[in-house]
Write a protein that binds this ligand. Structure first.
Ligand SMILES: [Fe+2]
Length: 172
């Protein structure tokens, strides 16, 4: 599915549309996780089990689109922007972080959903909120910086260099 998706996304407008859709899915995931975090220590076990199985595949689809189609396109199209490859490297690092964190979170949600003693509600809540905030910062940077480039197709840098260091604020 990802390969077909990537094949059809060879221009900026299509890429922006696909990126928006992937971001919407990830924002919905964050909202579902936030509902579970808010419900602790009484979060529904079935809800934890269900969402635990969706995190990894969803992130994989989104990151594959970005790394196989979006990032190469942006890197080539906007070489004029000083530091564009640094943004992309930073975003790739954040993908790795999110993937690792998602694996740990999925295991924790499965354990909680099974009724295991660990993680405790406090520990699960901490993990949930950490994952949500990191992913939302990542999505916000891509929405604020990459989507306008794709939609407007302007060759000029649309952000000042001051806004760039640290990309969404995380590192690896
Ligand atoms: Fe991303």
């Amino acid at each position: 599915m990802v390969a077909r998706l990537v094949q059809c996304c060879t221009d900026g407008a299509n890429l922006a549309t696909q990126l928006d859709a992937m971001h919407a899915d990830q924002q919905l995931l964050c909202e579902r996780l936030e509902v579970l975090a808010d419900a602790l220590p009484d979060a529904p076990h079935q809800g934890c089990l269900h969402v635990a199985r969706t995190i990894g595949p969803l992130l994989h689809r989104a990151q594959a689109l970005e790394e196989e189609a979006l990032f190469p396109y942006v890197s080539t199209r906007w070489k004029v922007i000083d530091g564009v490859d640094d943004w992309i490297e930073r975003l790739k690092c954040e993908h790795i972080e999110d993937t690792c964190y998602a694996e740990e979170l999925s295991e924790a949600l499965l354990a909680y959903g099974r009724g295991d003693a660990f993680p405790t509600p406090d520990a699960l809540g901490y993990m949930l909120r950490g994952f949500i905030s990191g992913l939302r910062r990542h999505l916000a940077f891509e929405q604020d910086v990459l989507v306008p480039l794709l939609r407007e197709q302007r060759p000029e840098p649309l952000v000042s260099r001051k806004a760039v260091p640290g990309a969404s604020g995380r590192g690896c």
